[in-house]
Design a protein around this ligand. Structure first.
Ligand SMILES: Cc1cc2nc3c(=O)[nH]c(=O)nc-3n(C[C@H](O)[C@H](O)[C@H](O)COP(=O)(O)O)c2cc1C
Length: 206
């Protein structure tokens, strides 16, 4: 991490501890400095090291520089005014700054191909979700905070078109990365036992 960035104290450095304690930091809580260009390159390399059935690489990542983040905010404003003509000035302003809440914004979108060699589009989309998550992991491991968000602007055709995301593909995540203003509080997690079943014989089911 860059010299000036305070470390996010979520891990004692072991991989297991990182995985066991990682959590998101709200985009609004992410300030400068962001990762250096070299750090970001490393995060992106890690992000695309995901399970990918058939090696289709069915995902694309776009790193938006500050000017592009600001331009995207103006598109959000124009589009949101269409969706909610009565939106308050405050809400419009929120849309304007939405893409530039963090110093770094990475947009992850799908590039699926029709079912080929037993790799249906849903699997390709899942791989794309893994890219988002691995980017969070990489950012956290390097001492930064990150959050995966979507909101209305992930599902809006004009926003997608402005980003060059083809119709029919998904804008899977806006990944915000920066230095946490404050360490994130822990979040309540499901009890593992509530969601895991150990099965000795299928006759137990039903
Ligand atoms: C696909 C997806 C979309 C999400 N979109 C949003 C969002 O728009 N706004 C938001 O506050 N959290 C959103 N979240 C939730 C956060 O990214 C995150 O899961 C949550 O803040 C806590 O997660 P943690 O376990 O990483 O701490 C989304 C999560 C996923 C998986």
């Amino acid at each position: 991490m860059s010299d000036t960035a305070p470390a996010l104290n979520v891990s004692d450095g072991t991989p297991l501890d990182l995985l066991g304690t990682r959590r998101s930091v709200l985009a609004a809580q992410l300030a400068a400095p962001g990762p250096s260009p070299g750090e970001l390159d490393r995060m992106l390399d890690i992000a695309v090291r995901v399970p990918d059935h058939g090696r289709l690489a069915p995902w694309r990542l776009q790193v938006l520089g500050p000017a592009a983040q600001a331009e995207l905010g103006e598109i959000f404003v124009e589009e949101f005014r269409e969706i909610e003509p009565d939106a308050s000035d405050g809400r419009i302003e929120l849309e304007r700054v939405r893409p530039r809440r963090s110093p770094v914004l990475v947009i992850v979108s799908s590039r699926t191909v029709p079912d080929r060699d037993g790799v249906p589009p849903v699997e390709q989309l899942l791989s794309c979700g893994n890219v988002c998550f691995n980017l969070l992991n990489a950012a956290t491991a390097m001492g930064y905070g990150a959050q995966w968000v979507t909101n209305w602007c992930a599902y809006n055709d004009r926003v997608k078109a402005a980003l060059g995301i083809p119709p029919g593909e998904h804008l899977v995540g806006y990944i915000h990365i920066g230095t946490p203003k404050n360490p994130p509080a822990e979040r309540r997690r499901p009890e593992t036992a509530d969601v895991v079943t150990r099965i000795e014989s299928l006759s137990e089911i039903g």
